[in-house]
Design a protein around this ligand. Structure first.
Ligand SMILES: Cc1ncc(COP(=O)(O)O)c(C=O)c1O
Length: 509
């Protein structure tokens, strides 16, 4: 065994601290004197450590201030995930086998309690406001002790639906008037379209976004119909399509700007029987893409022209980084919908409380049918969770909590991206989304992420391989990893090992 020189050993220590987030980007590195004192080393060893870390890009020296941790240095060196050919004609619509493939992966991933589970898209429980929700629930029970023994309203509690409608309306931008004499063309003038605001009566409460999506698809389509979806997309949607006897038509989707509008147009013109297009405009699962406003508007116009439903899955917009909103304010496609073609589905799962199983749907021209289907399928949601959520969301604490959550997720995304950049072989591609809790990675040289999934499983780590996000044979080299949990030394080690495994796969004939 070779013994490392002391300065290299100490450099390892500080690299791990940066990766694990104990030393954050932009923060000051302990001074040379502190390094000397803490590790009982000479001044020249301390200087060697800092110079080495500086040469590797971990630290930067600032005149008369010392050394500072450089922001996301390694991750910035990785190229983004490739766009698919965006004008490709869609595959033939299909439904066979989606369920079997996804379910097989999910079953393997659930077989035992894994040491490191990077396969979910969820935050650690401690990031959610358990105490505040508990207090809100207790208050609600004190004020109305009989609520657990009375039937709840089928559409959902009025106060909850009112709060959701207010948040929806508040999230949209005000109408911007053009300067006097502006000759901008009508089609460019998306921001002049009056905002479609929602009221409580437009909203049906559901059992998470999953039930909302099920109701949406059942309302707009019959078994045997075709639904255009992003490719890759959230595997739960593919399972829902198959369970309802619907065919999926996969449309190329960019990890930056979302679904290809050209390919949707082609599909709507050439494929008979398309009843809906389903998109996740904000922080698409799994790619993290955000659709620019112009794309959202163009998609709405296409759906209106072809008289097809536009199902908008807005599970993640509360987790969009504040910096995005300066470029393009938060605006749901629903807010432009003057014809009732948009079926808006959302959830509190990712942004507030996975345990409450609360979602909602506002279905435009299909609202009455959705309400009937919900009543037939599962009756009402229970009151207590709705009331606790309503009282927390209505308080100023909700925005404070969301700001903190977004900042924490930003740090964890940076740490995870750093680990991928540090440990995975050259040629790995990574798109770091502007919000949310997942990273979408492309392995180099067409290496198989399915093989990586099995190798990692054998060592108690679970990832989400790209193949579960499609019914095609694409995305075999892609994987999604979760950044919703604190980046602990254990997670760091798991990424180091995953990187080695990718290297081993590359070495295999
Ligand atoms: C895009 C998307 N839609 C819907 C869901 C399901 O949401 P819920 O748990 O509220 O049913 C998820 C969960 O991962 C998701 O990522």
């Amino acid at each position: 065994m070779t013994t490392q020189p002391k300065y290299q050993h100490l450099a390892d220590h500080y690299r791990s601290a940066i990766r694990a987030g104990s030393l954050l980007p932009g923060h000051r590195m302990p001074s040379l004197r502190e390094v000397v004192r803490q590790h009982t080393v000479s001044l020249s060893t301390a200087m060697q450590v800092c110079r080495l870390l500086e040469s590797e890009g971990w630290l930067e020296a600032r005149p008369r201030s010392g050394y500072f941790v450089r922001p996301a240095q390694a991750a910035a060196k990785l190229a983004p995930v490739n766009d698919p050919p965006m004008q490709r004609a869609p595959d033939p619509a299909q439904y066979l086998g989606i369920h079997a493939k996804v379910s097989a992966f999910l079953a393997l991933g659930r077989m035992q309690r894994f040491k490191t589970n990077l396969s979910t898209a969820r935050c650690a429980p401690e990031l959610y406001p358990a105490k505040a929700l508990q207090q809100a629930a207790q208050r609600s029970l004190r004020l109305d002790p009989e609520q657990l023994v009375r039937a709840a309203p089928p559409q959902g509690c009025t106060e909850f639906r009112e709060v959701l409608a207010q948040r929806f309306n508040r999230g949209q931008i005000p109408i911007i008037q053009p300067p006097v004499g502006d000759k901008t063309s009508a089609t460019d003038n998306w921001n002049l379209t009056p905002i479609k605001s929602l009221s409580a009566s437009d909203i049906q409460i559901t059992n998470g976004c999953t039930e909302a999506l099920n109701l949406a698809l059942r309302a707009v389509a019959q078994p045997g119909d075709t639904i255009a979806v992003e490719s890759p997309t959230f595997y739960g949607l593919l399972q829902t399509l198959e369970s309802l006897g619907l065919k999926a038509l996969e449309i190329p989707t960019s990890p930056r700007t979302g679904i290809s509008i050209d390919a949707v147009e082609l599909a709507l013109r050439n494929t008979p029987g398309i009843k809906a297009v389903v998109v996740i405009p904000y922080l698409q699962n799994p790619t993290g893409s955000i659709m620019p406003s112009a794309h959202k508007q163009a998609l709405l116009r296409l759906c209106q022209q072809h008289d097809v439903a536009l199902v908008e899955d807005d599970t993640y917009s509360a987790l969009v980084d504040d910096s995005v909103l300066r470029d393009d304010p938060l605006r749901a496609i629903k807010s432009w919908d003057d014809s009732g073609h948009v079926v808006y589905c959302a959830s509190l799962h990712k942004c507030l409380a996975p345990g409450l199983r609360l979602g909602w749907i506002s279905a435009g021209r299909w609202q009455a049918r959705v309400e009937m289907l919900k009543f037939a399928a599962s009756r009402s949601n229970e009151r207590l969770g709705q009331r606790a959520a309503a009282s927390f969301i209505a308080s100023p604490a909700y925005d404070r909590y969301l700001r903190h959550l977004r900042a924490t997720l930003a740090t964890q995304r940076t740490q995870t991206a750093q680990a991928v950049a540090t440990y995975f072989p050259p040629g790995t591609r990574l798109t770091v989304p502007r919000g949310g809790l997942s990273l979408w990675i492309e392995l180099p040289n067409h290496l198989s992420a399915t093989a990586l999934f099995h190798a990692a499983l054998a060592e108690n780590t679970v990832i989400a391989p790209g193949t579960i996000f499609t019914n095609s044979n694409r995305f075999e080299s892609h994987l999604r990893v979760n950044c919703g949990w604190p980046f602990t030394p254990e997670v760091d080690r798991a990424f180091a090992r995953l990187g080695q495994m990718v290297g081993e796969l590359a070495g295999k004939p």
